[in-house]
Design a protein around this ligand. Structure first.
Ligand SMILES: Nc1ncnc2c1ncn2[C@@H]1O[C@H](COP(=O)(O)OP(=O)(O)OP(=O)(O)O)[C@@H](O)[C@H]1O
Length: 443
């Protein structure tokens, strides 16, 4: 055999062969995992539909047994010996099925109210053989209720990955219905995340950062817990402040940026960054994360600047919402006992997430608008990272995703190039606005 005949084009086979196989292998793995995920989801839908059908068959008997059906007895025309009992059963409609369960609307019978259905939720859970049943009122539809039925608890293992859904809307976990747990900074410009030690505040904060990291959002961290939590994300931060003095300096920079942006918004004739975005001027969102808020409010022995800090924080939460600057306050408690301006600050922070807390007063402070028995649920949350999220008069259970320290470090390193300094940010804002003005003038 002629050896040169074998060695025709050695580099090409060496380079193309492995690439070809690697591409095939990765495509097969991706297709395989998509197939498995698809099969699992389809199977979950099938199980949900079967459970729903089973409950449909049992609904009449269930309502009769729990008093939800109105009973009428019809005597026959010859006397009272022969009579029939008819159950007027509450009608069900508007079914919405997902992989974890379903919701259905109940048309209330005359005289019925939410309390009766809340009471019936536990027996219904057993009758339907599901994880949880919740009855909620539909504010726009008097005479109707919604039953939310959870066949399988999506909060046992949260599979949702933190991500930005659209500018200012971050998915950070899952809710009990299997939907994404969303922090919506358009609806609530600032958030408070309150929970006892070990309840999962830092994990929730990490999920928020993981959702922001791949975007052009600006991350500022005031880590008053010695900078330990900030360490994993350090490469991605514009600024980390770990002492009250540093936080005070950072407050000044945040307010200066807000002032500059206010001038830009005035020039453009718009009211906030969302309108500026629509007009073609994109200003990066700035997220100021504060862990732990009580540390801002305590005077340390040598430095007496807590009052000044709270005044600055109040100015920030009052003034910067239109400028695309959002504050997320984390703490174990956020009560008026911490300082003079706390109540005013709390009033400005409308987004509220209550993780597990140890006392009913804290639950009441965070979940102000809810009934006291709903507030008390925050005392008995069983899993770390689980929270009660208030949504107007309604509430739901939610849980943040879980990220390991290795994942967090990898994310911070992968998106370190998105970091921007304060001066560059100010220059970037001015430049974006100037380009827009020039384009407008040219038109
Ligand atoms: N969604 C989650 N899934 C699984 N484990 C979680 C979740 N969230 C938090 N944990 C776990 O709970 C524990 C406490 O979480 P974390 O440190 O975030 O609490 P914390 O409220 O910040 O506590 P501290 O106030 O003491 O710092 C950690 O071991 C963390 O891994």
């Amino acid at each position: 055999m002629n050896p040169t005949a074998i060695d025709m084009n050695p580099t090409a086979t060496a380079e193309e062969g492995p690439d070809h196989w690697a591409a095939m292998r990765s495509t097969t793995i991706r297709a395989g995992s998509a197939l498995i995920r698809g099969t699992i989801t389809a199977w979950r839908y099938v199980c949900t539909l079967l459970t729903l059908a089973r409950l449909g068959l049992l609904w009449k008997a269930f309502c009769a047994a729990t008093g939800l059906a109105i009973q009428r007895t019809h005597a026959d025309q010859y006397g009272t010996r022969l009579h029939t009992t008819v159950h007027a059963v509450p009608r069900l409609d508007r079914y919405r099925v997902n992989a974890h369960g379903w919701t259905m609307r109940v048309r209330l019978r005359p005289g019925q109210h939410l309390g009766q259905y809340t009471e019936a939720a536990i027996p219904l859970r057993h009758t339907a053989r599901v994880q949880a049943v919740k009855a909620i009122e539909l504010p726009e539809q008097p005479g109707f209720l919604e039953l939310r039925i959870l066949r399988r608890d999506p909060l046992v293992r949260v599979t949702e990955r933190p991500r930005e859904i659209e500018p200012g809307r971050l998915a950070v976990g899952a809710t009990e219905t299997g939907d994404s747990m969303v922090l919506d900074f358009t609806e609530h410009p600032h958030y408070q995340l309150i929970g006892a030690t070990g309840s999962g505040k830092s994990m929730l904060l990490s999920c928020v950062q993981a959702a922001i990291a791949p975007t052009d959002g600006v991350l500022v961290f005031w880590d008053l817990k010695f900078g330990i939590e900030a360490e994993a994300w350090r490469e991605r931060y514009t600024e980390v402040a770990v002492t009250q003095r540093e936080v005070l300096a950072s407050c000044g920079r945040v307010l200066a940026l807000a002032e500059q942006r206010a001038a830009i918004l005035r020039r453009l004739g718009v009211r906030n960054v969302a309108e500026a975005d629509a007009a073609g001027v994109h200003l990066r969102r700035v997220y100021v994360l504060v862990d732990e808020v009580a540390e801002l409010a305590h005077d340390h022995q040598t430095d007496k600047i807590a009052d000044q800090l709270l005044r600055e924080l109040l100015r920030i939460v009052q003034l910067v919402r239109a400028m695309g600057i959002h504050v997320i306050l984390c703490g174990q408690r956020f009560g008026s006992d911490l300082g003079k301006n706390i109540t005013s600050i709390r009033a400005q922070v409308s987004g509220r997430i209550c993780l597990q807390v140890n006392d009913p007063q804290t639950a009441e402070m965070v979940l102000g608008g809810l009934a006291s028995e709903d507030q008390k649920r925050a005392l008995t949350l069983i899993r770390p990272g689980m929270a009660i999220v208030q949504d107007g008069q309604q509430w739901h259970y939610a849980r943040c995703s879980y990220l390991t320290t290795v994942e967090i470090r990898a994310l911070a390193a992968a998106h370190a190039d998105k970091r921007i300094g304060w001066d560059e940010l100010a220059a970037d804002d001015q430049l974006t606005a100037a380009i827009h003005t020039r384009q407008e003038t040219a038109r």
